[in-house]
Design a protein around this ligand. Structure first.
Ligand code: COA
Length: 266
């Protein structure tokens, strides 16, 4: 399935359940305007409803990428910044739709990943970048802070010192530094990026979907609540997963050498 929204292109591979959402304003380095925020939310809503009409496979993983090779996203669209109400820039709802999406969302970063683009990347479950990527929070030079929790999330991933440095200086850091600080899962050459992301996404998309979702939720709960709450969730969901067909399927594949498991998400 292929669908074009104003600022986002949406593709679903029916056979694997892998979806790709491409930010599609390359002439503006995929800068995020209100329409793009709306389109991202709308795309994720379409994907959440998608029930694999051809092969019976629902969406198992989503890749978010930027079109062109210069930028994943150069942040909020700063043309027409002045005199607009704060609500017009509110990216929290869009970020929440990524965080709450019931399958892994992997961001492929090539080139600039700035401001609201970095905040979108931080909402994703896994971040994979090319080594020529540059990440940063330039909002300070506009007298602003990252508006969708950027300092909060970088603090949780990398610690307050790096979060404050990034937001206070507005400087772009290399992918290598961002990975050292814990912001990126993997960094590859620009040449290898597509293949590496594809391998990663295929691996995750082939795993038991209910357990994958539980891991995503558990990780989110770990960020948002305390250890007691998190352990309560893990205990509950673990006993639920013990009763699933996917668990039986995995156990069978472990016991029988030549058995190729197929996880139906049941
Ligand atoms: N909003 C709107 N347009 C943007 C944009 C943004 N955040 N970032 C880049 N663009 C546009 C530029 O205006 C330019 O458009 P034009 O060709 O019509 O003039 C085009 O994208 C290319 O950008 P340009 O600045 O010419 O490229 P560059 O290689 O010289 O610099 C950046 C790249 C990313 C360093 C620079 O564009 C930049 O600093 N952008 C703003 C980043 C920012 O502050 N984002 C956070 C806002 S809170």
């Amino acid at each position: 399935m292929h669908e074009e929204l104003d600022t986002v292109a949406l593709d679903i591979e029916e056979e694997t359940g892998i979806a790709t959402l491409t930010l599609n304003r390359p002439d503006a380095l995929n800068a995020m305007n209100g329409q793009m925020r709306t389109d991202i939310e709308a795309s994720l809503a379409v994907l959440e409803e998608h029930d694999g009409e051809h092969e019976g496979v629902a969406v198992r993983a989503v890749v978010i990428e930027g079109s062109g090779d210069r930028a994943f996203c150069a942040g909020a669209d700063i043309t027409g910044f002045s005199g607009v109400s704060p609500a017009a820039f509110d990216a929290h709802s869009m970020r929440d739709s990524v965080i709450e999406f019931p399958a892994p969302v992997i961001v492929k970063i090539q080139g600039y990943c700035l401001g609201g683009g970095l905040e979108l990347a931080l909402a994703c479950d896994v971040r994979i970048a090319s080594e020529d990527s540059r990440l940063g929070f330039p909002e300070i030079d506009l007298g602003l802070i990252p508006g969708a929790g950027g300092v909060q999330y970088v603090t949780r991933l990398a610690g307050p010192a790096f979060a404050k440095e990034l937001a206070m200086t507005g400087e772009h850091v290399t992918a290598e530094r961002a990975a050292e600080e814990g912001l990126l899962n993997h960094v590859y050459s620009a040449e290898d990026l597509d293949d590496e992301v594809e391998d990663f996404v295929e691996t995750v998309a082939g795993k038991p979907p209910l357990a994958i979702r539980a891991i995503k939720d558990s990780g989110n709960i770990a960020v948002e609540t305390d250890l007691r709450e998190g352990r309560k969730y893990d205990r509950r969901v673990f006993s639920t997963l013990l009763g699933t067909e996917d668990h039986e399927e995995g156990a069978r594949a472990f016991a029988e050498d030549d058995y190729e498991p197929e996880f139906a998400g049941k």
